[in-house]
Design a protein around this ligand. Structure first.
Ligand code: CA
Length: 501
């Protein structure tokens, strides 16, 4: 109880502003693919929509707006830093996944060496080497009176740096978050530890000792603890920002006994059944939160945002064999193709966003930062971001993002195998997508897709439509230059990979 006087002052300030501020729930799922839900996000109901059971996502979509062209980065860390800072990955330079201090997780590449990217992640302290220094989203919210509750996977900064602890970037509560981007285990009976598979204790989920040895799934334990923290904030009459950041549905899989029998009975293989049960367990968590809001008469003043941090894992060579496919999209996690970056997104905002609405506007992960600031009443503040607020889209202004280009930049080797995986830069504009691969020996070097006619990215139009290719390449190069994007080096010559042209 240090700084008691300061706390009291802040509490008084917070109380006066509390009544008009909406509560905000940001429900982020890890590695959930676009099709891993019973909510259809494409034009038709697919076989995967029939496989998965997510009644609470359906409920959220009925009460909110479904975004059918929502994007994240293709892997965890770039997405999470963009989410917390509003910056594009090309600018923040956390372009691959983080874990150990000053250690790159790039897999070796036969042709390319990789740049000095920000391997230590996000830092609130500018003195920490190889970090992106920024003030993070929860810090802005905390200052205007929000209780800022972090639950689950953090993965913001490397071990031994300030960014590894959510309390250092503006969260007032941290439940189970640390440097690692996956859990040792999803099972309480295994103490959420990697010891059972002779894994490194770096993956052990911190702070849930009360559930050790108990028959409980991690998703459930996180939900109970998160709601207990929310309940405390409600009793103190503080608005809350609940960042419900599930470790699900990332590897390592485990059987969730509450849900798995349905999927075994459907004839799915063991891994597919475990995955589908974990998806349903994640959805149950969403339902528990929605129920809590209803029971406590908070639903009308609470915004609920649902998002995944990258596409479903369909690549070989990372986390074992694939268990999801993202079809009709091509490829999955780690890929510049749609399966890697197009994700399920729903936003419910009673009184503002149309219940049952559908938005086809392209939106991207860095948009959450300015959106949430605007929702919290900070829309008029001058806070720099690459993202754009989705609030006008929620209020029904479809023109707000027409003609907007989206960008991805991955000067790294994540390591999986599959279409669209490998060092690349990408632009998406008006339904046209150009991917520029950094490896000069790769054929083809460019891929151009018309997503409106070819969502599955089956036909590369780079040679047949050189005008479109050149126009997008020029715009992509100008963007990369404007943010001083890092490029890999060609081993044989020692020269930087040139920009697209
Ligand atoms: Ca992820």
């Amino acid at each position: 109880m240090r700084f008691v006087g300061l706390f009291s002052c802040l509490f008084l300030l917070a109380s006066s502003a509390a009544e008009e501020k909406p509560n905000i729930v940001l429900f982020l799922v890890d590695d959930m693919g676009w099709q891993d839900t019973s909510v259809p996000f494409s034009d038709e109901v697919t076989p995967f929509n029939k496989r998965y059971r997510t009644p609470n996502m359906e409920r959220l979509a009925e009460d909110g707006v479904k975004f059918t062209n929502a994007y994240a980065c293709s892997i965890c860390s770039p997405t999470r830093i963009s989410l917390m800072t509003g910056m594009n990955a090309a600018r923040h330079r956390v372009t691959n996944w983080t874990l150990r201090k000053n250690a790159s997780n790039d897999r070796k590449h036969p042709v390319l060496d990789f740049p000095e990217w920000n391997v230590n992640g996000l830092s609130p302290d500018p003195r920490i080497e190889r970090t992106f220094h920024a003030r993070a989203l929860p810090d802005y919210l905390k200052v205007v009176g929000y209780e800022t509750i972090h639950v689950g996977k953090a993965h913001f900064g490397a071990v031994g740096t300030p960014g590894e602890d959510p309390l250092n970037i503006g969260f007032s509560v941290n439940i189970a978050g640390h440097a690692a981007g996956g859990p040792g285990s999803f099972l309480g009976t295994q103490n959420f530890s990697a010891i059972w598979r002779d894994g490194d204790e770096i993956w052990d989920v911190p702070g849930l000792e009360k559930y050790h040895g108990k028959d409980i799934f991690l998703t459930e334990a996180l939900t109970r603890e998160g709601l207990a923290s929310v309940d405390k904030a409600v009793k103190e009459e503080k608005p809350f920002f609940l960042y419900m950041s599930h470790y699900a549905v990332h590897v390592p899989f485990a059987e969730d006994s509450r849900f798995i029998e349905r999927y075994k009975a459907m004839g799915l293989d063991e891994k597919e059944a475990m995955y589908a049960a974990m998806v349903e367990g994640m959805d149950k968590s969403l339902g528990d939160i929605l129920d809590y809001l209803d029971e406590n008469k908070l639903s009308e003043n609470t915004i609920v945002m649902f998002m995944s941090d990258n596409g479903g894992l369909s690549a070989h060579g990372r986390g074992g064999e694939p268990h999801t496919h993202n079809r009709p999209l091509s490829s999955g996690k780690g890929s510049a193709h749609e399966g890697g970056v197009r994700v399920p997104m729903i936003v419910k905002w009673p009184g503002f966003a149309e219940a049952g609405g559908v938005s086809e506007n392209p939106v991207i992960i860095e948009d959450f930062f300015p959106s949430i600031l605007e929702m919290a009443g900070l829309g008029d503040s001058v806070i720099e971001a690459d993202g754009r607020s989705i609030v006008p889209l929620l209020k029904g202004s479809p023109s707000a993002s027409s003609g907007r280009p989206l960008f991805w930049h991955v000067p790294n080797n994540w390591g999986g195998r599959g279409p669209g995986i490998g060092p690349s830069s990408t632009i998406l504009k008006n339904g046209w997508k150009l991917i520029y691969y950094h490896n000069p020996e790769r054929v083809p070097r460019y891929e151009l897709f018309n997503l409106e006619e070819d969502l599955g990215e089956t036909e590369n139009l780079a040679d047949s439509n050189p005008e479109k290719r050149d126009a997008l390449a020029k715009e992509l190069a100008a963007y990369l230059e404007s943010v001083e994007a890092q490029m890999p080096t060609i081993k044989a010559t020692g020269e930087l990979v040139e920009l697209p042209r």
